[in-house]
Design a protein around this ligand. Structure first.
Ligand code: NAP
Length: 312
């Protein structure tokens, strides 16, 4: 991996994770940032940063960006992350989560860039819970299968790379986001009772922590696989209750249900989550508890609203 100066190419720049990366890299480093997005409007949001709107189905679009910018580090956050949609539309899921990664890896090889790619605890079956980097994957959903395949693409590509496995990602987004926290906030503000599962357990992860871990990985020149995940291993039900508490909404609206009664299209690993001992020791990371992470998210949301009001 080329150490300095860095030119960071972030693919999928409207993702939650990418937005935290842009915030933190801009604040903490002098690295140059280049963005790629399928959203035409993304370049309006990132005012002082070059943002290329591209069509991921057109490899020549990505190739042109790689060859023009010659990044030293490529961070791929783009993915089809809707697990149920992946289960019903295998073709689109494979194209977004595997074929695109194959192409990115090939371009990293051509330009000698280091690839940082995202994976998930959904590559595991959820029988054991809290998986280590060394545990054996056994995906039970099509999304999980595509993400495992994407890890294998990185490993087989003969490129310098780091795989970040994470789970139940939440964080501030200036674009529409349909993650669990936003879904729960929408339901709570509707003020009607709603069900949340008690038997899906994970360690929800704040995007700010992911961004900080990635900066450390780049500075320390680290390769291989890292689990990056929050400090609390909790059920979706308890997570939703904490969301209500932190955002001062009515937690009595949240009612318990079991996963089997939901009839979700894709199977979920029930005991998920990731052990983070390696990141804690090697990267000196101290991951946010759910309560602290949600307070940070609330702060970002309020700051954004205040800034927007001042500008308009
Ligand atoms: N969300 C989670 O709970 C979670 C858990 C574990 C792992 N991960 C992994 O972490 C990474 C980042 O997740 P995130 O939650 O930050 O992502 P996200 O907010 O769901 O955004 C994903 C981005 O990927 C791009 N995208 C969407 N559909 C696409 C498609 N069909 N083909 C190509 N690109 C598409 C879009 O970016 P542009 O329009 O800007 O290109 C979108 O904003 C992903 O690799 C995900 O698999 C996420």
């Amino acid at each position: 991996m080329n150490l300095t100066p860095h030119k960071i190419l972030i693919i999928g720049s409207s993702s939650k994770t990418s937005q935290a990366l842009v915030r933190l890299i801009s604040a903490e480093t002098s690295w140059e940032i280049i963005l790629v997005s399928s959203l035409i409007t993304a370049n309006i949001h990132y005012k002082n940063i070059t943002c290329y709107p591209i069509d991921y189905s057109q490899p020549k679009d990505l190739k042109a960006v790689f060859l023009k910018e010659l990044p030293t580090i490529v961070i791929n956050t783009a993915a089809m992350t809707n697990v149920d949609l992946c289960e019903t539309d295998h073709k689109s899921a494979w194209e977004a989560n595997v074929t695109l990664v194959e192409y990115i890896a090939r371009m990293c090889k051509v330009t000698d860039a280091h690839l940082i790619h995202f994976s998930t605890d959904y590559i595991f079956d959820g029988i054991k819970g809290l998986y280590a980097e060394t545990d054996t994957p056994n995906p039970i959903s099509y999304y999980g299968k595509t993400k495992l395949a994407s890890e294998n693409v990185c490993k087989a590509a003969s490129i310098s790379h780091t795989i970040i496995r994470t789970n139940v990602v939440y964080g501030f987004s200036a674009f529409d986001s349909n993650d669990f926290v936003e879904w729960t906030l929408d339901k709570l503000t509707d003020e009607k009772p709603f069900n949340v599962v008690t038997d899906q357990i994970s360690n929800p992860t704040l995007t700010d922590d992911i961004a900080l871990a990635i900066i450390k990985i780049i500075k320390k020149n680290r390769e291989g696989t890292y689990n990056i995940a929050g400090a609390d291993w909790i059920s979706r039900f308890d997570f939703a209750k904490t969301i209500a508490k932190v955002f001062h909404l009515d937690e009595s609206l949240i009612e318990p249900i079991l996963t089997e009664s939901l009839g979700q299209k894709a199977k979920r690993p029930l005991k998920g989550g990731l052990l983070t001992l390696k990141a804690q020791t090697d990267l000196q990371m101290n991951f946010a508890t759910v309560e602290a992470g949600l307070s940070t998210l609330r702060h970002h949301k309020l700051t954004y609203l205040i800034e927007k009001d001042l500008v308009n």
